[in-house]
Design a binder for this molecule. Structure first.
Ligand code: ZN
Length: 290
């Protein structure tokens, strides 16, 4: 029998928890994200009541988080604007409650690992996973390794050109206003148009604007990292008509200078994060660096 892993995708609206040896036998539940203590108690309750005992736990979390193993804040969510979750220790209480090693990284880095192992990036070593949902985040794999840097990339907060004459919306990022997330997240779409993206018909001008901002981001990341493939996931990308217009806009912006990266949907769909948390757990058990 293979090792059993507990996997957690910790999101701002829900925690997806799974237990299994891999994606095929993964038993999952979703827990709404409430107060930290209440939420973590519900997560621990699920794993303790599972018929299987995990050998390790992997957590892919919303951020910013501390991924520096030498820091006393490793395993913490740090400067999040989400009420109650600032400076919240996730890895400590979960590891202690389950009595197993903990792997910890961002939700998007986890999703990238999941797609690399079982999904849309099995055949490439240079790719990017971008999620466009309530917020925007990205995980980059270069030469087969996740990029961490000083802490972890914060791709949602880059600056993209914002023409306030054609788009007078000031942006909704509490830190930067009109950064990429402030202009193009699901939260921004709702604030700009008064309704959620899934309420806007495909011919609505919202989509051309959204495609432009996402394409600007893809072009900037692609040119910086020489990324071969970009996996675009998250709730906003559930509108299947969006991906082709982002692709067109990327080609238009690059203007034949270099080959555009391939733009694809996540093969694991919304399970990419929790599947990637399985990989984080396995690496923690094997003492492998992420
Ligand atoms: Zn921002």
């Amino acid at each position: 029998m293979g090792s059993v892993f507990a996997a957690i995708e910790a999101g701002g609206t829900k925690f997806v928890c799974g237990i299994g040896t891999g994606p095929d036998d993964l038993e999952t539940i979703q827990i709404p994200t409430g107060e930290p203590q209440v939420t973590l108690d519900a997560v621990i309750h699920f794993f303790r009541n599972s018929k299987r005992r995990p050998d390790a736990v992997g957590i892919g979390s919303f951020g910013p988080i501390c991924t520096d193993r030498s820091s006393t804040l490793w395993g913490y969510i740090t400067s999040t604007p989400k009420a109650g979750w600032r400076d919240c220790d996730l890895a400590g209480p979960l590891g202690a409650a389950l009595g197993v090693p903990v792997g910890f990284d961002t939700d998007v880095n986890a999703a990238a690992l999941g797609e690399a192992e079982w999904g849309a990036a099995r055949d490439v070593k240079d790719f990017l996973y971008l999620t466009v949902g309530t917020g925007i985040g990205g995980g980059a794999v270069a030469s087969g390794k996740l990029i961490h840097g000083m802490s972890h990339p914060e791709m949602g907060h880059i600056r993209v050109p914002h023409d306030i004459l054609t788009d007078p919306f000031p942006g909704c990022c509490p830190f930067h206003g009109d950064c990429l997330e402030g202009l193009a997240s699901g939260t921004a779409m709702r604030a700009r148009w008064g309704v959620a993206g899934d309420q806007l018909p495909p011919e609505h001008p919202a989509w051309a604007l959204e495609a432009r901002y996402l394409a600007l981001a893809v072009v900037n990341f692609g040119l910086t990292l020489s990324t071969r493939r970009v996996i675009l996931g998250g709730g906003v990308m559930h509108q299947a008509h969006l991906l082709p217009i982002v692709r067109q806009e990327v080609e238009r912006l690059l203007n034949g200078y270099v080959e555009p990266p391939e733009l694809v949907a996540p093969a694991l769909g919304d399970m990419a994060g929790v599947c990637g948390a399985l990989v984080l757990a396995r690496r923690a058990l094997n003492y492998e660096a992420v």
